[in-house]
Design a protein around this ligand. Structure first.
Ligand code: CA
Length: 481
């Protein structure tokens, strides 16, 4: 009876609507935008100059990433939160400075976690996978984890429903420390399935695993995190037989060309499944290309190399594609960071932010190219850390290198005095003109921002008020005997 009466009322309302056509139509509420899928490529040790779309002079070829850039937006002031693997990955997944979650240094005070580290990302930290899984997403990681290899720290404890890949870097092999380290473990879920795997085929197999995940989850929203293991940390990056010797840039170029192939295969799978227009694809790297002699990767046009707080170390090539939402063929130079992805994905997915403070902010207006969209980092300052040391800060166009009596110039904490320097890294991207003398007001403002970051996140021996602890275990055990 109740149903009938509602129906009658509705019919009456509709009839009334047709007669009163002179009345303006009530504004219909905005149609809810369907939740996008997220596909996040996070390759290892690849510099800004290593993609043709960011550096046409690079001899190896990247047509598939170039196509993503043509169909999406290139981000030219996109930063990772550290120049090395573990802290950079911690920041990406938690939206926090590495030092906030205590992964800026390892258990042995070195730059990255090594096999059997006692430390890992605290299981209580909420990752992108945690927040998206709670919002109904399927979550999978395919590639390199590197946030702790002990059972409480593995990906399935951090919001991922599926894991295929390595718990740490592919160069952490038994031969380096035969008495302590196990054979390189390839894992599915919590289990080691091979040790050691043939590293030539890691990119190919990762690609197949990703495509299987997309096919299995095509009818629900998903988050595919693809931290490819290449080009990685060895002087001779690996690639499969189909790519070996095919590039004009040696082993390094071969491996980048295979990463590009992988991108093309995954995009083709999204198209085949009819998902590519409802998928936000992000393609970037965990830190800049490292120094090799002769040189391999490139940070062009920036100064420096991977592992540092230089622009080449932390300013990454980044492409984002989402047809109809992210403008095609555009270049976006607002300052963004991997730390912004978590809160941005949260809002796109209708998910909830982590309970504890994070450093990134929702950058949807920047992604969508809205006129006048500004970076929150311009107000807060973006801090460049190396190990436990705050070395520089950027806001707007300006990058201030802090005056430091003992600036770490290497990962082993070799240090030397460094003077204050100011560069306009938006217009002078190669940092050719030091201009602190011309802009004392800018120096003062950025110095103040550095003090705020230092107070909250910490610096050297000074703890920050916002720091939280990492996870620890007492008796780490090898994943394979
Ligand atoms: Ca790395």
């Amino acid at each position: 009876m109740k149903t009938l009466s509602i129906l009658l009322t509705t019919v009456a309302g509709l009839l009334a609507g047709t007669v009163e056509s002179a009345e303006p139509e009530p504004a219909s509420p905005p149609r809810p935008v369907p939740k996008p899928n997220f596909v996040l490529f996070f390759v290892d040790n690849l510099g800004n100059g290593d993609l043709h779309c960011f550096n046409p002079a690079m001899p190896h070829r990247t047509p598939n990433v170039d196509r993503l850039a043509a169909e999406g937006t290139k981000f030219t002031s996109f930063y990772v939160a550290s120049g090395v693997c573990t802290p950079s990955r911690a920041a990406l997944l938690t939206g926090c400075y590495p030092r906030r979650v205590d992964l800026h240094v390892s258990d042995s005070n070195s730059a990255v976690l090594q096999p059997l580290a006692r430390k890992g990302l605290h299981p209580d930290e909420e990752t992108i996978a945690d927040v998206l899984q709670r919002a109904g997403y399927a979550t999978g990681i395919f590639g390199k984890w590197h946030l702790g290899d002990q059972p409480p720290f593995l990906p399935l404890r951090q919001g991922f429903q599926e894991f295929w890949g390595l718990p740490y870097s592919d160069d952490m092999t038994k031969d380096k420390r035969p008495a302590e380290w196990p054979e390189l473990p390839l894992m599915r879920g919590d289990n080691v399935i091979e040790a050691p795997p043939d590293r030539d085929y890691l990119v190919q197999r990762t690609t197949a695993e990703v495509i299987g995940f997309l096919e299995r989850n095509q009818s629900r929203p998903f988050f595919a995190y693809i931290p490819h293991m290449m080009p990685g940390s060895t002087p001779h990056p690996f690639s499969s037989a189909a790519f070996r010797g095919k590039s004009a840039n040696g082993d390094y170029g071969d491996s980048v060309e295979e990463l590009d192939w992988s991108t093309g295969e995954i995009m083709a799978a999204l198209k085949r499944l009819g998902l590519d227009d409802r998928t936000l694809v992000v393609w970037t790297s965990d830190n800049g290309a490292v120094r090799r002699n002769p040189p391999q990767g490139s940070g062009a046009p920036y100064c420096g190399q991977g592992y540092e707080t230089s622009e080449a170390g932390m300013r990454m090539p980044c492409v984002m594609r989402w047809p109809g939402r992210i403008p095609a063929g555009q270049v976006q130079d607002e300052l963004c960071s991997t730390m912004d992805l978590l809160p941005t994905f949260v809002n796109l997915a209708g998910a909830s932010l982590p309970a504890r403070p994070i450093d990134g902010r929702d950058i949807r207006p920047i992604l969508f190219g809205e006129p006048g969209a500004k970076s929150h980092w311009d107000e807060m300052g973006f801090g460049y850390y190396r190990l436990e040391q705050l070395q520089a800060v950027r806001a707007g166009s300006w990058k201030l290198y802090l005056p430091l009596p003992n600036k770490f110039t290497a990962l082993n904490r070799k240090a030397e005095p460094a003077k204050l320097e100011l560069f306009d890294v938006r217009h002078d991207v190669s940092e050719t003109r030091e201009i602190s003398g011309e802009h004392p007001d800018v120096v003062r403002r950025l110095t103040g921002l550095a003090e705020r970051i230092r107070a909250e996140i910490g610096d050297m021996d000074q703890p920050g008020t916002g720091q939280r602890g990492a996870g620890w275990v007492d008796n780490p055990k090898p994943l394979v005997r």
